[in-house]
Design a protein around this ligand. Structure first.
Ligand SMILES: Nc1ncnc2c1ncn2[C@@H]1O[C@H](COP(=O)(O)OP(=O)(O)OP(=O)(O)O)[C@@H](O)[C@H]1O
Ligand SMILES: [Mg+2]
Length: 368
């Protein structure tokens, strides 16, 4: 599996995506950086596929921005290497790395018009004026702001300012676009609109993007590949579906969504035992004490007398929360309370006895 755990030394393992799409566009090889007393980034290795969105996901302080800054050349590496198309770039200054960055704070020049902001990088590169004008027009059209070309940043909404920042970063046609929590200053609805916009831009332009966020839903919704980080290390790399369904650790499982956990033991390959029950489940390489992970939407509430395949737990409905698109129940079981997502409009009565069923392929065993 293309994963490393927080305990193991990080190794440069090509991801499944990279193997499918040829050589990685960018490679981070054993990057380390100490800031103050702390190893902010600790032997981080990651292959970034061409023309896809790779997201660094993790809680505050886990080293996402530091990794991005190392990539951009805004920080010098303590050790490790970075390649772009197979060529080492760690010795190059930021302006020679063919990467541009979009920040959380839009960082537009307040005294320049929108058009001049978008054209800033082109001027720095001494692009001929007529060519720059055409490029600025093209970029503003791409982000839907042609009408705002002559305005100043303070005349725009936050979402519009971030669109200008995107247009500015893309105007110079970078090899790689780096985005550090670009949506964090926007309200919830606008965040969703603009993240869809970023996905659309990525599809239209085919750009390689590295996106940083601490929001798991945002990461899931936009990424081809997610690297989950913790304490300056990468805990797991993979497509969103794999990270969600087959996390390598409880840390990753909890960071990317709600989950139920049952403590037990792998007593033989393919057999997980807890209490006086033993169930068949893919145990992979896990042996000994282990944890069974079950996502709420993988559970089905059934009548008490049924005996389905996979896991079946006797329980009682003790709580219901209506969420509009679904109802979330708490089922009291001998293994503790389990959270279950159900159809919003199926009538159920609190206090009823039920069987909580989980299909074998939705059970996932984690090491303790
Ligand atoms: N200039 C600095 N000097 C000292 N320590 C720093 C500096 N910049 C970051 N750090 C520390 O390095 C660690 C990683 O910081 P980093 O900014 O990369 O985290 P992050 O994952 O981007 O967090 P956030 O989600 O809050 O932006 C943190 O513990 C942080 O306090
Ligand atoms: Mg950060």
């Amino acid at each position: 599996m293309n994963t490393t755990t927080a305990q193991e030394p990080a190794v440069a393992s090509p991801s499944a995506l990279t193997q499918a799409g040829g050589a990685p566009h960018v490679r981070l090889i054993e990057l380390s950086k100490t800031l103050g007393p702390l190893k902010a980034v600790d032997r981080v290795s990651l292959d970034i596929p061409r023309g896809q969105i790779t997201t660094l996901l993790g809680p505050s302080g886990c080293g996402k921005s530091t990794t991005l800054r190392l990539l951009a050349g805004l920080y010098q590496l303590d050790s490790g290497d970075i390649t772009l198309d197979g060529q080492g770039i760690a010795h190059l200054p930021p302006n020679k790395r063919q990467m541009t960055m979009v920040f959380q704070e839009y960082a537009l020049f307040p005294h320049l018009t929108v058009a001049d902001n978008v054209g800033y990088g082109l001027r720095m590169r001494r692009t001929p004026a007529s060519q720059a004008r055409a490029r600025i027009g093209e970029m503003l059209e791409l982000v839907g702001l042609s009408a705002a070309a002559g305005k100043h940043p303070h005349q725009l909404s936050g979402g519009q300012q971030q669109r200008v920042a995107l247009a500015r970063a893309l105007a110079v046609d970078p090899e790689v676009l780096l985005l550090d929590e670009p949506l964090s200053n926007l309200d919830a609805k606008l965040r969703i609109r603009l993240r869809e916009e970023i996905v659309r831009l990525q599809q239209v332009l085919g750009k390689t993007m590295v996106f940083v966020t601490h929001d798991q839903e945002e990461a899931m919704s936009i990424s081809h590949q997610i690297a989950v980080m913790s304490g300056g290390r990468i805990s797991q790399v993979g497509p969103p579906e794999e990270i969600y369904a087959r996390p390598v650790s409880r840390y990753v499982a909890e960071f990317v969504g709600l989950a139920n956990f049952i403590e037990g033991e792998v007593v033989a390959p393919g057999c997980f035992r807890f209490g006086d029950l033993a169930i068949p489940v893919q145990t992979g390489t896990v042996t000994g004490k282990a944890t069974l992970m079950i996502r709420p939407e993988a559970c089905t509430i059934m009548a008490p007398a049924v005996h389905p395949d996979g896991l079946a737990l006797r329980g009682r409905l003790i709580q219901r929360t209506f969420l509009g698109n679904m109802a979330r129940y708490t089922v009291d079981t001998p293994q503790g309370p389990m959270v279950v997502d159900d159809d919003a409009f199926t009538r159920r009565t609190l206090g009823d006895d039920v069987t909580l069923a989980v299909a074998p392929d939705r059970l996932h065993v984690l090491p303790v």
